[in-house]
Design a protein around this ligand. Structure first.
Ligand code: MSP
Length: 646
C-alpha cells in the first residue's frame, strides 16, 4: 500500500436547529470508521464534517425562540463538537457555513458562473418545502396531487409545502442533463448501494429544469454577489463546503485543495441523495471540477418503523446511550446492525442482546479465557511456535481470509458485511480454542499448550486491528492486554496482510472489556421449536406441506454455547446436501455426548437466522413428554443422512 494514497471522506453538514440525535451520529460514525480504516490500511486521510447554518429553516427556528440566527446556531455548535468527542469522532476539520472563508468562496463561485453564463436572473414560481429546504419538481407535485392534496406534500418528509413566487437567480441545471447521464453510465458505482443510482437516473431522464439558487424573501444566507436583494439558496451554499473546507477559493490553499479533491467517499442519508447525486456533480462540472468518486447512501434509523426525527419527537439521545453502553458499543451496533442498504429500527432490547452475545460472549470471553489459562499455567509470555499444528495452520488461513474479506467489504463501504466476516473468524477462533482443549494440554504437553495460546493471541491481534476503526478504545484495551502498542499511522499494512504469526505477546490481566446485559424480555430463542399450537380448523394442502423440506440428519458435533443454558450448537450431516450448523434448545435435557452420532428430523429450508449472534441453518424437531422433558424426534432404524421425509 502506498502511503501517498489519499482518502477524503465527508459527512453531510448538519442543520443546527437543536442538539444532535442518533441519526446525525449515524452518518458521522460511519465516516469516522471509514477514516480510521483508511488510516489503518495505509492512506493519508482527511475527514471533514460541520454544520449547515443558513436558510429559512434555521431562520424560522431562531425566530421561534426569539434569537438572532447567528446567536441561535452558535448555541448548538459546542454540543455537536462535544458529542463527536465523546464518540471518538476524529475529524480533521469542522466547517461552519457561516465561516468567512466559506462565504467568500461561495460568492466567488457564483461570480465565476455568472461570468460563464451558467447563472442567470429570472422568476421562480412553485412549491417549496422548508424543513427539507427543497423545491418540488412538476413530477413531485403531480405525484402528490394524485393522493388528493390541495397543497402538495413534500415527497421526502411528507409535510405540507408552501407556494413560492420570487425573483431568482437560476443555475443552468438543464444544460448538464446529458453530461450527468453520461457520467452515471461511465461510473455505475458512483452511488453505493448502486441500486439507488436507478432513481437518480430516472429523475434526470425525466427532464431537468434550471435550479433556483437565490431568494429575496429571507435575509439569512450568503449574500448574493452583485445583488443586495438576494441571498444564496441554502443548498447552493452548503454543498460547496466539501470543496471550500479543503481550500477551494482560497489562494494560499490551492495545493491542499488539489491534494484532496475529488472526495473519495461522501456519506449521507437517502433523503438527501438528489441534492448530492444531481445538483452537486452539476455544480462541479460547471466549475470544471471532477465529481466525487463515491456517494455512500445509508437508510434511516427508525423507531417502530418511523424515521427518527426531531419533528416526530421520537429521537434517541446519543448522550444518554453513552452512560449505559459506552461509545464503542454504540459505534459497533450502528455499523453492524443498522445496515447501510436499508432502514433499520433502533431497539434497546436488540442492542443489549447483540452487545451481550457478540461483544461480551464471543469476543470478551475469549480474551478472558486465554489470559486466565495462560496465567494459571505460567505462560503469560507468548512466543511464536516453532512448529504450528495443522489446526493452527488452518486457523491462520481463516485469519487471512477474514482480513481479505474485511478489506474488500470495507473498501466497498459495506460495513455490516465486513463485520460479519470478523465475527465468522471470532467463532472459528472460539471453536479452535474449544476443540484444542488447552486446559488438558497444559497437563499433557506444555509445548502444545504454548502453541495453542500463541495461535489464539495472534488471532486476537488480527481481530483487534480489524475492529479498531469501529471500536478504537476497546480495541486499544484489547491490544494493551496483549502488550501491543497500536498506532494506526504506523501499522505496516502489507505486513499485517501477510499474517505471518511471528509476534511475541505479553499477556496482561485486565477487567472484562465488555459488559453483559440481562434481557428484560423473555428469551424467545427456543420457544419456536415445536411449541406453536396447531390451528385445527385451517387445513393445509399437500403442496403446502411439500414446501417444507424435512430431512433426516446425523449429528456429528454438539457444542455448548457460552451464556446459554438452553442451546446446543449442532453440526449436522445431510449427506449429499452437505453439513449445516443448527441450534437446538435441548441443552437442559441431553448431554452433548448423548446426541453425537444420533439421527434426527430437521427442517432444512427454513430461512437461516441468528440466535445469540450464531447462525442457525435449520431446525431440529423435538416434542415435550409428560415430564416436560424435550425428546428429540429420531428414526426407528438407520437411514442415509439427507433422506427426505415423505
Ligand atoms: N443540512 C443538510 C445537509 C447538507 S450537506 C451539504 C441536512 N441536514 S440534516 O441535519 O437534516 O441531516 C443530516 C444527515 O443526517 C443526513 O444524512 C440525514 O440523512 C441524516 N439523518 C437525519 N435523521 C436520520 C435518521 N433518522 N436516520 C439516519 N440518518 C438520518 O440534510
Amino acid at each position: 500500500m502506498n502511503k501517498k494514497d489519499k482518502f477524503y471522506v465527508t459527512t453531510p453538514l448538519y442543520y443546527v436547529t437543536s442538539e444532535p440525535h442518533l441519526g446525525s451520529l449515524y452518518s458521522t460514525v460511519l465516516a469516522d470508521i471509514l477514516a480510521r480504516w483508511n488510516k489503518v490500511s495505509g492512506k493519508q486521510v482527511f475527514f471533514l464534517t460541520g454544520s449547515d447554518e443558513h436558510g429559512q429553516k434555521i431562520m424560522q427556528a431562531a425566530q421561534k425562540v426569539g434569537k438572532e440566527p447567528k446567536e441561535f446556531v452558535d448555541s448548538f455548535i459546542e454540543s455537536y463538537k462535544t458529542l463527536w468527542k465523546k464518540y471518538d469522532i476524529d475529524y480533521n476539520k469542522f466547517i461552519r457555513t457561516t465561516d468567512d472563508y466559506h462565504v467568500k468562496a461561495v460568492q466567488s463561485w457564483i461570480s465565476d458562473l455568472i461570468k460563464k453564463g451558467d447563472i442567470y436572473k429570472s422568476f421562480y414560481k412553485g412549491w417549496y418545502c422548508t424543513p427539507c429546504e427543497s423545491y418540488l419538481t412538476d413530477n413531485d407535485v403531480s405525484e402528490s396531487r394524485k393522493k388528493g392534496n390541495n397543497v402538495p406534500l413534500c415527497t421526502v418528509c411528507e409535510r405540507e409545502t408552501a407556494e413560492l413566487q420570487d425573483e431568482s437567480y437560476f443555475f443552468k441545471l438543464s444544460k448538464y442533463q446529458d453530461k450527468l447521464l453520461d457520467f452515471y453510465k461511465k461510473n455505475p458505482n458512483f452511488v453505493v448501494p448502486k441500486e439507488r443510482l436507478a432513481e437518480v437516473v430516472s429523475f434526470v431522464k425525466s427532464g431537468l429544469k434550471d435550479l433556483s439558487i437565490s431568494r429575496t424573501n429571507i435575509n439569512w444566507g450568503v449574500p448574493f454577489p452583485g445583488d443586495d436583494k438576494h441571498v444564496t439558496y441554502v443548498w447552493a451554499d452548503a454543498l460547496n463546503n466539501y470543496i471550500t473546507g479543503i481550500g477551494y477559493g482560497q489562494k494560499n490553499k490551492q495545493e491542499e485543495f488539489k491534494k484532496w479533491w475529488p472526495a473519495d467517499c461522501q456519506i449521507m442519508g437517502k433523503d438527501i441523495l438528489r441534492f448530492h447525486a444531481v445538483y452537486w456533480p452539476a455544480f462541479l462540472m460547471a466549475s470544471d471540477l471532477e465529481p466525487p468518486k463515491n456517494l455512500l447512501i445509508h437508510g434511516w434509523i427508525t423507531v417502530s418503523g418511523k424515521k427518527m426525527s426531531k419533528s416526530r419527537s421520537n429521537v434517541v439521545e446519543p448522550n444518554e446511550l453513552l452512560s449505559d453502553y459506552g461509545a464503542d458499543s454504540i459505534r459497533y451496533y450502528l455499523s453492524r446492525y443498522m445496515a447501510i442498504t436499508q432502514d433499520s429500527d433502533f431497539d434497546i432490547d436488540d442492542l443489549e442482546k447483540r452487545l451481550s452475545t457478540d461483544l461480551a460472549n464471543d469476543l470478551g470471553n475469549l480474551l478472558n479465557r486465554v489470559i486466565i489459562l495462560a496465567e494459571k499455567n505460567d505462560c503469560l509470555n507468548v512466543k511464536p511456535a516453532e512448529d504450528w499444528s495443522e489446526e493452527s495452520k488452518k486457523l491462520q488461513e481463516n485469519a487471512i481470509q477474514a482480513i481479505q474479506l474485511f478489506t474488500k467489504h470495507m473498501n466497498e463501504f459495506y460495513f455490516h458485511i465486513a463485520l460479519s466476516h470478523v465475527w465468522k473468524f471470532i467463532n472459528q477462533v472460539n471453536a479452535y480454542f474449544h476443540d484444542q482443549e488447552p486446559w488438558k494440554q497444559a497437563k499433557l504437553d506444555k509445548k502444545q499448550f504454548a502453541q495453542i495460546i500463541s495461535a489464539t493471541c495472534h488471532s486476537l491481534y488480527t481481530i483487534s486491528v480489524l475492529l479498531w476503526p469501529v471500536m478504537p478504545k476497546k480495541m486499544s484495551e484489547l491490544l494493551g492486554a496483549l502488550s501491543v502498542h497500536f498506532d494506526s499511522n504506523a501499522l505496516e499494512f502489507d505486513v499485517f496482510l501477510k499474517n505471518e504469526w511471528n509476534n511475541t505477546f505479553t499477556l496482561k490481566k485486565i477487567e472484562p472489556i465488555f459488559k453483559k446485559y440481562v434481557s428484560k424480555k423473555k428469551d424467545s430463542s427456543v420457544q419456536e421449536e415445536g411449541k406453536e399450537e396447531v390451528k385445527k380448523d385451517e387445513y393445509i394442502s399437500i403442496e403446502d406441506l411439500a414446501k417444507v423440506e424435512l430431512c433426516v440428519g446425523t449429528i456429528t458435533k454438539c457444542d455448548e454455547i457460552e451464556g446459554s443454558d438452553k442451546l446446543f450448537k449442532l453440526l449436522v450431516d445431510f449427506g449429499p446436501k452437505g453439513e449445516r450448523q443448527i441450534l437446538a434448545g435441548v441443552k437442559k435435557f441431553y448431554d452433548a455426548q448423548d446426541l453425537i452420532g444420533k439421527q434426527g428430523v430437521f427442517v432444512i429450508n427454513l430461512k437461516p437466522r441468528k440466535i445469540m449472534g450464531i447462525e442457525s441453518c435449520g431446525m431440529m424437531f423435538v416434542a415435550e413428554d409428560e415430564k416436560k422433558t424435550m425428546q428429540f424426534i429420531t428414526v426407528s432404524g438407520p437411514v442415509l443422512s439427507g433422506q427426505k421425509l415423505r
